[in-house]
Design a binder for this molecule. Sequence first.
Ligand code: ATP
Ligand code: MG
Length: 159
Amino acid sequence: MQELIIRTMKVLNPIAEQKKIQLAFDIREGVYVDGDMAKLQQVLMNLVDNALKYTPEGGQVVVTLLRKDNYARILVADTGIGIPEADLPHIFERFYRVDKARSRSTGGTGLGLAIVRQIVEMHDGTITVSSKEGEGSLITVDLPSVEPPEKLQQEEVQP
Ligand code: ATP
Ligand code: MG
């Protein structure tokens, strides 16, 4: 998963710089996940995109990777506007956006998290959110981990 996180950081770093948000990652352990890497990349892109979009200038976004039992745990934490408690159960619904007026200025369709949840569940994973209005949000994604891929055996060359 670390490669996907690093790639996401590289792609979204210019947006963070432009918004004067500190974007950092903390890879505690290398953890391997089996699946559709393009789709898992999309999950990370969507989550970090949200974190940057809903965090004002001067804020911070941190992506953490660690191992939790047999899962790769990815945490996306931001110091942004947060999500009101009443909206939390709905944010993974298609086209759901917390503040329609505010959202109109930031753009978006409200599909991002619905797609994210679908991809995570397709990989037998889970996604949860905790947030406090005005303080920030924390998204936790758990994906079943696999053993590191074996180094390819050197083929014996027949004489
Ligand atoms: P899209 O991702 O389709 O461009 P979107 O970002 O509005 O549009 P989602 O990613 O599905 O849609 O998020 C749904 C809503 O949840 C957002 O409109 C926003 O109100 C809220 N939200 C999501 N992530 C965050 C976050 N990190 N901080 C605050 N609010 C968030
Ligand atoms: Mg989004």
